[in-house]
Design a protein around this ligand. Structure first.
Ligand SMILES: [Ca+2]
Ligand SMILES: [Ca+2]
Length: 393
């Protein structure tokens, strides 16, 4: 069986660049201007000086996101604001969380990736050489954690997460199911807490689902792309697997995103600027890029609350997502568009609760269902017959 990488096409147009630091200024700037008018028209007592002083302070006081990066493509990365990643960075940067990109390898020399890439695994050649042989992995990696505020290129979602490249693809971008399984297991055993697989039909493949249960039993989560065929699968959700569909700038499922009851959440998938092999940048489309976005959000959450279980994290991810389409959960959008700021805030607040409750014997790492160490899984040593194909591009 052939799986296909979930990318659609390159995005030809360079969108307008530029930073939107304080979100349009509708709050601070507008209210300050109104208050100033009131004071100048009505103050006659000594309180005027106090008010004027306060106003002078207010006029120079900077509020809003405390962390405003300088990456030149940031203004074109519309997905970052749409999933509130930029405001989530005030709460978490994904530090110390390892995210595996099980794909075609990653360009570890890319100047926007090299700071975060760690030594990975090559399941094709049995080496530790993980150069990107196709390009798809480098694009996904940039979405997860391209360096932020380095004056260069794009910004990743989990800017300080470690990127573990796991190459499973041949030079044509295709991968066998066996290698995908081996790559997922290797990544989990090597300490990755988030494993991204942007391969077609991974979400509905029983063996990949089994790998998701294995990840779950080890305190990791498998994040997979829904696929790009526009099909409605009748697949039910499975333990340990987060399935990500794609949305457009109108916050609705793009017509080519697969969907069904198994969709966990959705994220932008159209015209996503990210890293390209050999130091380049490119805008690409596909659920291949929505999936690593959610992987990045989970890494942010894990850094904010390292003791939370996978069930807790995924529960918060769903509960904080922004409902779109038909009210409540729907098969086209799952629980909604991920909201990084709310999800990370929820995880951080629960970390405090857990720490407080710890002395009482609850909170922290709750049951993850499978139970660490109780689930064993060995990747089959199969010949490259059943292949997985990355979803294009
Ligand atoms: Ca950058
Ligand atoms: Ca909905």
């Amino acid at each position: 069986m052939i799986l296909k990488q979930y990318a659609k096409r390159a995005w030809p147009t360079l969108l307008a660049l530029g930073l939107s630091a304080c979100g349009g200024g509708s709050g601070g700037a507008v209210s300050i201007a109104g208050a100033a008018g009131g004071i100048s028209g009505g103050s006659t007592s000594g309180s005027a000086n106090t008010a004027s002083s306060a106003m002078a302070t207010a006029c120079t006081q900077v509020v809003g996101p405390s962390f405003v990066p300088n990456d030149p493509y940031l203004g074109a990365q519309w997905h970052l604001d749409r999933i509130t990643a930029t405001t989530a960075w005030d709460l978490s940067k994904g530090q110390s969380v390892t995210v595996a990109v099980v794909d075609s390898g990653v360009d570890g020399q890319h100047p926007d990736l090299t700071a975060n890439v760690v030594v990975g695994w090559n399941m094709v050649d049995g080496t530790r050489v993980t150069d990107d042989v196709f390009g798809h992995g480098t694009r996904g990696a940039g979405v997860v954690s391209a360096s932020v505020n380095n004056g260069m290129g794009v910004a990743g979602v989990a800017l300080q997460a470690r990127l573990m490249p796991v190459r499973v693809a041949n030079i044509d971008g295709n991968a066998t199911i066996g290698r995908l399984l081996a790559g997922i297991i290797q990544a989990v055993d090597a300490g990755a807490r988030v494993v991204n697989v942007s391969y077609a039909q991974a979400a509905t493949n029983p063996m990949i689902q089994e790998a998701g249960r294995y990840a779950h039993s080890r305190g990791a989560v498998l994040v997979v792309a829904a696929g790009n065929e526009g099909r409605n699968f009748s697949q039910q959700p499975t333990l340990g697997m987060v399935v990500v569909g794609g949305t457009g700038q109108d916050d609705r499922r793009v017509s080519w995103s697969d969907y069904g009851p198994h969709i966990t959440v959705v994220a932008p998938a159209d015209g996503i600027w990210t890293t390209e092999r050999q130091g380049g940048y490119r805008a690409v489309s596909g659920t291949s890029y929505a999936s690593p976005m959610v992987a990045g959000v989970l890494a942010l959450m894990m850094a904010a609350n390292p003791k939370a279980s996978i069930d807790e994290l995924v529960g918060w991810l769903k509960a904080t997502s922004r409902d779109v389409g038909p009210a409540g959960f729907d098969v086209e959008h799952g629980h909604g568009i991920v909201d990084a700021r709310r999800a990370v805030a929820m995880a951080a607040s629960q970390a405090t609760v857990s720490a407080t409750a710890a002395s009482g014997g609850s909170g922290g790492a709750a049951s993850s269902g499978g139970g660490a160490g109780t689930w064993n899984m060995t990747a089959p040593s199969c010949a490259p017959s059943g292949a997985g194909q990355p979803p294009g591009g």
